[in-house]
Design a binder for this molecule. Structure first.
Ligand code: AMP
Length: 484
């Protein structure tokens, strides 16, 4: 089947051809005609199989053929994503596919200044790509009017409808007209979410191009059983001895991501970390550096687990297993995209075996296991990091590149449980606290600088009520523990 047969306009076909796409992926072939037909859709397909073009192409076409209201351009399509990075990526795709069309789009997410977004929104745009928190900020400041939205897309829909995001999504839905086309996309749809999603949809078409929750075909998955104290040495050994050049490593906590990143730097691998406590500028830079090959290892919480498309990323490692089985599918789905091959390795400690069992139950099969001779972890083969001399920013690790691994690498604190107040970010996303904080409305408490930080409002509240810093941290940790 070719793109020509799907009913897309010449301008869209030209944009698709510019991307080098010759045939639609299975999800695109199934979804595009149904969306063009104005139906509601719930679509599941493996990670990296072209879902974005699956909804963006027909959405653009529908806006071109539909009736455009008079006056200032109202927002006619709204695309929501769980993370800022995914919003940026989807927004970029919308621009790419719509480049020959007279439609305008904007991307809004938290952690960056709200003012340029306001200017953009005031000019009038047709398509808005947003994370929910910042969108609600704009709504409360009356920067956006969503009453003319004709098409709503929830990308990573199961995540958008789970307990963490649902309150914000409900508030967004209340701002939309009841009659609209709803498009829900994800690689995973847990049964409880399907029930909820069905209530949101009107006579939906359900599209599945693989078994539910299936991983992409090109991903080779492997498990190593390792005690927590061995994991760092094992990971360094895997990277070094296999000469892995681009590796995305998932940890459960932000603190754990920072710690592992600096340990890997000590081991001679240029490494960056990405998680919700980093400034948006640092997050954007870390991802860009990793995509360009300027850093070899990116250590991430689940903030990088959903949707992010890193061209031909060869290796993903679960340094710590996710608590939620579906997250495994998304994490390893950063590799093996667009028909490429990839390797996903999971380092499983004794107390993570139940997580592994849950994942295997979800996948409906046992994952192959591999083992390594422990004695080899002490002096693993060298694999010089080929990047140019380090910069001040990356901590000078190039000086260590290619050095022998020190014997004490097996004696790490990798097994330390999360400290008190240390939040797991296994649902990493922007579901809370990315709001732009509104100007202080009087009172003795001065406005704090905006940090895009989920805990800030609570901390301010704590400060106002004379709580100690430690008590505030404990309180914040308890109240923000991820919903189960
Ligand atoms: P997505 O799942 O939407 O993130 O897309 C995954 C990757 O597949 C992206 O790098 C897209 O550029 C690429 N892609 C999407 N559609 C096609 C297609 N029809 N042919 C080849 N590559 C595609």
């Amino acid at each position: 089947m070719s793109f020509d047969s799907l009913g897309l306009s010449a301008d869209l076909l030209r944009a698709v051809a510019d991307q080098g796409y010759t045939i639609p992926t299975p999800i695109q072939a199934k979804v595009i005609p149904v969306v063009l037909d104005a139906r509601d859709v719930m679509a599941g397909a493996q990670t990296g199989t072209g879902k974005t073009a699956g909804f963006a192409l027909p959405l653009l076409q529908r806006l071109m053929t539909g009736h455009a209201p008079q006056g200032r351009r109202p927002i006619r399509a709204l695309i929501l994503t769980p993370t800022r990075e995914l919003a940026a990526q989807v927004g970029e795709s919308v621009r790419t596919y719509g480049k020959y069309l007279p439609l305008s789009s904007a991307i809004v997410f938290g952690g960056v200044s709200i003012n340029p977004q306001i200017s953009l929104l005031r000019r009038g745009i047709d398509i808005l790509v947003a994370t929910p928190g910042r969108l609600l900020d704009h709504a409360s400041q009356r920067n956006v009017d969503l009453r003319n939205v004709e098409i709503l897309v929830l990308d990573e829909a199961d995540r958008m409808l789970d307990m963490g995001f649902l309150p914000d999504i409900k508030r967004v839905l209340a701002l939309l007209p009841p009659r609209r086309q709803n498009l829900l996309f994800s690689a995973t749809f847990p049964p409880d979410i399907v029930a909820l999603a069905n209530r949101l949809l009107t006579s939906p078409v359900h599209i599945e191009v693989a078994a539910p929750n299936a991983t992409a075909d090109g991903i080779e998955q492997l498990v190593y059983f390792a005690e927590k104290s061995e994991k760092r040495a094992l990971l360094s050994w895997l990277i070094g001895s296999n000469d892995w050049r681009q590796v995305l490593v998932f940890t459960r906590t932000k603190h754990g991501a920072n710690r592992l990143a600096s340990q890997l730097e000590q081991d001679g691998f240029s490494t960056a970390a990405i998680h919700g406590n980093k400034s948006q500028a640092a997050r954007t830079r870390a991802l860009a550096d990793f995509k360009q090959g300027a850093v070899r290892v990116l250590v991430a919480t689940d903030v990088a687990a959903r949707g992010i498309d890193i061209s031909e990323l060869p290796h993903v490692v679960n340094y710590e297993m996710p608590d939620v089985a579906e997250h495994y599918v998304h994490r390893i789905g950063r590799t093996g995209r667009a028909g490429h091959e990839g390797v996903a390795v999971s380092l499983v400690s004794r107390d993570e075996r139940s997580s592994l069992k849950g994942i295997e139950r979800l996948l409906g099969r046992q994952l192959p296991q591999s083992a390594v001779d422990r004695s080899r972890l002490v002096n693993p083969p060298r694999s010089p990091d080929p990047r140019p001399q380090s910069t001040a920013r990356d901590g000078g690790s190039a000086a260590n590149a290619g050095r022998n691994f020190r014997p004490d690498h097996v004696r790490t604190d990798g097994g330390r449980p999360p400290a008190q107040g240390e939040r797991r970010e296994h649902r990493g996303d922007e579901r809370r606290g990315e709001r732009e904080h509104r100007p202080h409305q009087g009172g003795s408490h001065p406005p704090a600088a905006h940090r895009g930080d989920g805990n800030r409002e609570r901390q301010d509240h704590g400060r106002r009520h004379g709580k100690s810093r430690a008590a505030r941290r404990r309180n914040g940790a308890a109240r923000t523990a991820a919903p189960r």
